[in-house]
Design a protein around this ligand. Structure first.
Ligand code: ASP
Ligand code: MG
Length: 424
């Protein structure tokens, strides 16, 4: 059996859901587990709604827009099940409003975050399940929160592998045996208390890998709006080309440096179980895309990764005290606590400089913890360019017109932090 994952980047309108159904119907009954994330930009919209609520600002217009977007989808897709789907959508909105009415404090906002954003995945998957049912596809909808068991990290939970694997095997395998397509959500899970947790932004790829590993799938396919894994974003670099093949290691390295194509946690479980990953173009499903597995040779093109929305953080102590190993240990510990990774890190005598993803929920916690011990100087809204396996002149040429704040050259890796162009 195989696992297919469809993200919000490809399922944006009714046409794409029809296409998704065709891809599913082309497979043998009982041979497919399907993971979907929220439709289009739903997660982002839910995050904005939550931020309005925390800031005490009205969010009704945004919620209405989201409601209309999904209602329009129902109108376009469903026939016999349209009324049932409207009821489902109304109940969805009621649930969301009820969660939003709970008092949100700084401490509990992470928990509320998971509850609210998870609703995007739940709604999308229910809607798709109705459509598949109308298309006579034998399909069972499962709530991923009953299977992906995690710790208490609401925004970036860690998976309890043993329990998760057991639960998945118990329920998914018999359904596949009954020739069902099993449809579930990416990104979401639940903790011991049954409270909703999430696996980190763009975490649906990781769910695909969790399911593939637990079920011993023959492959995981991530359907994307790009031809496959590229060595650079074609919108930014003219000479961008697609890799037909990549090793797990090369893919993981790209993901580590921030290439958005696949979530960084996806590769490890696949590699551990020797499960190939296919990254394939949703809009051109006959194309092969990129296959990621063991045994491919060295990467033959330089790889450019641009990470936007970074924060450049400098930590120092109040007096002329060295930034010691003990200080480093404290920083690393706190990064780990927040499940944050430094995309670049440089220690000098009196300070530590690092570049991090500017994720509000995670950096907030980090600043609170480190602020007790260090002086923090943070420069938000910077970009980070990483060039792997290339000549540093390639990176420097691209950066020629930019204001570079920090640059690093090591064999095979060039990294530069720079100011984004001012918006016109
Ligand atoms: N919908 C979630 C997000 O946008 C998960 C995902 O897309 O993989 O972060
Ligand atoms: Mg998404």
């Amino acid at each position: 059996m195989k696992v297919y994952k469809f993200g919000g980047g490809v399922i944006q309108n009714s046409e794409s859901i029809r296409k998704l159904a065709q891809l599913i119907q082309a497979e043998k009954p009982g041979s497919l587990v399907v993971v979907v994330s929220a439709l289009g930009k739903t997660t982002q919209a839910l995050e904005e709604i939550l931020q309005c609520q925390v800031a005490g600002q009205p969010y009704a217009p945004q919620l209405q827009k989201l409601y209309e977007f999904h209602r329009h989808m129902i109108d376009q897709l469903l026939d016999g099940l349209r009324e049932v789907a409207y009821q489902m959508l109304n109940a969805w909105q009621d649930t969301l409003l009820a969660v939003m009415r709970l008092p949100i404090t700084d401490v509990s906002s992470d928990k509320t975050y998971s509850r609210i954003v998870a609703e995007g995945e739940l709604l999308a998957s229910r809607l798709i399940a109705y459509y598949l049912q109308e298309q006579q596809v034998a399909c069972t909808w499962l709530d991923a929160r009953d299977y992906v068991k995690t710790n208490w990290g609401f925004c970036h939970a860690q998976v309890d592998w043993a329990t998760t694997q057991r639960l998945i095997q118990n329920d998914f395998l018999p359904l596949l045996g009954q020739k069902q397509v099993v449809l579930t959500q990416g990104f979401i899970g639940s903790n011991e208390k049954g409270e909703t947790t999430t696996l980190g932004k763009e975490g649906s790829d990781f769910t695909g890998a969790i399911l593939a590993a637990a079920l011993g799938a023959e492959s995981l396919t991530i359907w994307k709006d790009v031809p496959g894994v590229m060595n650079a974003d074609p919108k930014l670099f003219e000479e961008a080309t697609k890799f037909s093949e990549l090793s797990y290691q090369a893919m993981e390295e790209m993901a580590f440096y921030g290439a958005k194509v696949v979530h960084p946690k996806t590769i490890q479980p696949l590699a551990a179980h020797h499960i190939p990953l296919y990254v394939r173009p949703f809009h051109d499903p006959h194309e092969r895309g990129t296959v990621v597995m063991n045994g491919f040779a060295q990467v033959e093109h330089p790889i450019y990764v641009l990470q936007e929305n970074q924060v450049l953080v400098q930590l120092s102590l109040d007096d002329l005290t060295f930034f010691s190993e003990a200080c480093m240990q404290e920083v690393v510990h706190q990064l780990e606590q927040q499940d944050l990774r430094a995309n670049l890190m440089e220690r000098e005598a009196f300070k530590l400089t690092m570049c991090l993803n500017n994720d509000h929920y995670q950096t907030k916690g980090l600043a609170a913890a480190l602020g007790q011990r260090f002086r923090i100087n943070a420069q938000p809204q910077v970009n980070l360019l990483t060039v792997l396996h290339g000549d540093e002149r390639l990176g420097q040429a691209w950066l020629a017109q930019k204001e570079v704040l920090l640059a690093h050259q090591r064999p095979d890796i060039y990294q530069a932090v720079f100011q984004p162009d001012a918006k016109a």
